[in-house]
Design a protein around this ligand. Structure first.
Ligand SMILES: *Cc1c(COP(=O)(O)O)cnc(C)c1O
Length: 448
């Protein structure tokens, strides 16, 4: 990774509040109720549930899933959409998507259990990940997952052992590493040869052929996933998919059947004002490269579906000045939303009250209370004078938000709320302080 992005100055043309709202139709600024998600004022949720709280729009989840599915359908692609559970493993979010017909891309037994609990049928689950344990493989095969994406010859041996012990045969795809640079953040680049993921293209044919001889394993196809938050256009996708198409033809020329190609996830979203590719562009790239192979296609988007559908609602604890700098200290911190600290990510931050939404702006640093300078959400951001107890909302916090939270600084996990029209419900309770202590024990020899 290069040096951290330079701090943006206030006049570095951050999008205005109106511009941020314009791209996010589930959010409106109401002169009466302030910032509103679908038909529910965020201030009402804060009053009833407290802060910090993650708030997800069911309508936005449905619209975004539908837009992606329709773009694939409009391109006449036979393509299933498997939501990447790691982006947002909240049960109500998964259920919302399951009801729209989403399958799941999972990377652990925990995610599989969540997907099943949300009502996703095992056949619509793909098990990805570079290091699945024997216990996880046994559980997944026992449940009848639709496909396992294998990432190494060593793993294929494990899958075979797990499947034969259960007297089963499981559908397996090979995840290949096409060695392309999707020009996203280094920490979320996964398709370069230096990354830990997948098997080298050159090794894939021999591995695929050997799978056909491996008990308990049925080779069904190939998979890739080149990275996340891809906004630099379709060229990396197209390069990767062309390589996949070539591999399909190579395998078939060797008499090996290839039924499925899993195109991965990674479609980026505009957090600030960066140009972001559309589902139609992705569908077009898939169509142009893999459209004529007569294979069943799959995609595994996480961020594109869930990211824009959620906000993180927080309260101001206090504002202070250090010399000439204004600091606004929130009750949310890097343990809640780690993306700014981890990826130098930019998130839109909107005040919630109707008066704050139209008040004069001045630059400030928005920070959390955690004892690290990295606990900084934004620098030199134009915001109104925010009094203690004022509310703010972080935009685009529906993916890799709650999913990546921790209890660092002994801060309990925040509550999660699902909004649907005029209704809202707490879909994950705020963790209690007692729960933080619950699993901890002192050794017996400390008893005296
Ligand atoms: C993380 C991941 C995804 C989802 O990535 P997004 O950028 O959220 O779309 C899909 N597939 C695999 C294998 C992943 O690891």
């Amino acid at each position: 990774m290069a040096a951290p992005a330079p701090a943006l100055s206030a006049d570095d043309a951050d999008p205005s509040f109106a511009e941020l709202l314009a791209g996010r139709p589930h959010l409106t600024a109401n002169a009466q109720d302030g910032l509103t998600i679908e038909e529910v004022p965020l201030a009402r949720i804060a009053a009833e549930v407290g802060t910090p709280t993650w708030v997800y729009s069911a309508g936005s989840l449905r619209r975004r899933f539908g837009a992606l599915r329709d773009a694939l359908r409009d391109a006449a692609l036979d393509c299933e959409v498997h939501f990447a559970v790691k982006a947002n493993p909240n049960l109500a979010v998964l259920r919302t998507l399951a009801r729209e017909g989403a399958g799941a891309d999972i990377v652990s037994e925990g995610e599989l259990r969540l997907a099943l609990a949300a009502g996703i049928v095992p056949d619509h689950v793909v098990f990805s990940g570079v290091g699945k344990t024997m216990a996880e493989l046994r559980f997944a095969i026992g449940q009848g997952v639709g496909q396992i994406n294998a990432e190494s010859v060593e793993e294929i041996a494990m899958i075979s052992a797990a499947a034969t012990a259960l007297g089963r045969t499981v559908d397996v795809a090979i995840r290949v590493n096409p060695d392309v640079d999707p020009r996203t953040h280094a920490k979320i680049t996964t398709g370069k040869s230096e990354n830990k993921f997948g098997v080298a293209m050159a090794d894939a044919p021999a591995l695929y052929a050997s799978m056909a001889q491996t008990p308990g394993v049925r080779p069904v196809g190939i998979a890739t996933h080149i990275g996340s938050q891809i906004t630099a256009g379709m060229s990396a996708y197209s390069t990767a998919y062309r390589a996949l198409a070539d591999l399909v033809r190579t395998l078939r020329a060797q008499g090996l059947p290839v039924e499925r190609v899993d195109c991965g996830g990674g479609l980026g979203i505009p957090y600030r004002d960066e140009p972001a590719p559309s589902p139609a562009a992705l569908a077009g790239a898939i169509k142009a490269t893999l459209g004529n192979l007569g294979v069943k296609l799959m995609v595994e988007p996480g961020r594109w579906i869930a990211g824009p559908a959620g906000v993180l609602l927080a309260s101001v604890i206090l504002s202070k000045r250090n010399g000439s700098r204004r600091f606004v200290i929130l009750d949310a911190a890097m343990n809640d939303l780690v993306r700014p600290a981890m990826y130098e990510a930019w998130h839109g931050i909107l005040p919630v009250s109707a008066t704050d939404l139209v008040a004069p702006l001045s630059p400030c640093d928005i920070v959390g209370p955690v004892c690290e300078t990295g606990d900084t959400f934004a620098r030199n951001r134009g915001l109104p004078a925010l009094e203690p107890a004022s509310l703010v909302a972080f935009l685009d916090a529906g993916a890799y938000g709650a999913a990546m939270s921790s209890t660092y600084n002994a801060r309990p996990l925040a509550a999660e709320v699902l909004v649907d029209g005029a209704r809202f419900a707490v879909v994950r309770e705020r963790q209690s302080l007692d729960a933080l202590l619950a699993g901890q024990r002192l050794p017996a020899w400390y008893a005296t």
